[in-house]
Design a protein around this ligand. Structure first.
Ligand code: 4NP
Length: 165
């Protein structure tokens, strides 16, 4: 049997943070879970990365793994990788940054601005005058990860709704 060709309407989404161990792997896990629940796995290619190199090859932070598991999402298999300034903008439709610093960093590296979005701008409940940044929970306590999870769930749901599936 020949392989089925990939669907031409596939949307590719790359979630980007600084270390690729806290926020963006959690976003990847949450978005993948929503896509699976809606039976849309063939319509998406989903990945995450970090602008920094410090954690390349490492699994997600144990606190991200824990908050994902509490919400029935397994992210233990993910491994951090660094954003590639040439290949990633070419091969992904959407470059979804966790905060303004991540967005600015990849734009400075040449990413086309029309592909770069801040994840919280897809949260329909985000109030005006609220920063659209997902706060970096790395140096804080466990409750920061619950907060980031809830934020990312609202934003990822909004993103999937926005993409029209
Ligand atoms: P993330 O969090 O960008 O959400 O993965 C961080 C993880 C590690 C570091 C900074 C942020 N760090 O400086 O090592």
């Amino acid at each position: 049997m020949p392989d089925t060709p990939p669907p031409t309407n596939q949307t590719s989404v790359l979630f980007i943070c600084l270390g690729n161990i806290c926020r963006s792997p959690l976003a990847e896990g949450i978005f993948t879970s929503l896509v699976t629940q809606r039976d849309l796995t063939h319509n998406f290619r989903i990945d995450s990365c970090g602008t920094g190199h410090w954690h390349v090859g490492n699994p997600p932070d144990p606190r991200s793994i824990l908050v994902a598991a509490k919400n029935n999402i397994d992210i233990t298999h993910l491994r951090a990788r660094q954003y590639h300034p040439k290949l990633d903008p070419e091969s992904f439709d959407l470059l979804i940054a966790m905060d303004n610093a991540n967005a600015r960093d990849i734009i400075d590296l040449g990413a086309p601005e029309h592909k770069v979005k801040l994840i919280r701008t897809f949260d329909p409940t985000l109030e005006a005058n609220t920063t659209p940044d997902v706060p970096d929970p790395y140096y804080g306590g466990d409750s920061g990860f619950d907060h980031v999870h809830d934020m990312l769930l609202r934003a990822c749901t909004g993103l999937l709704d926005h993409l029209g599936h």
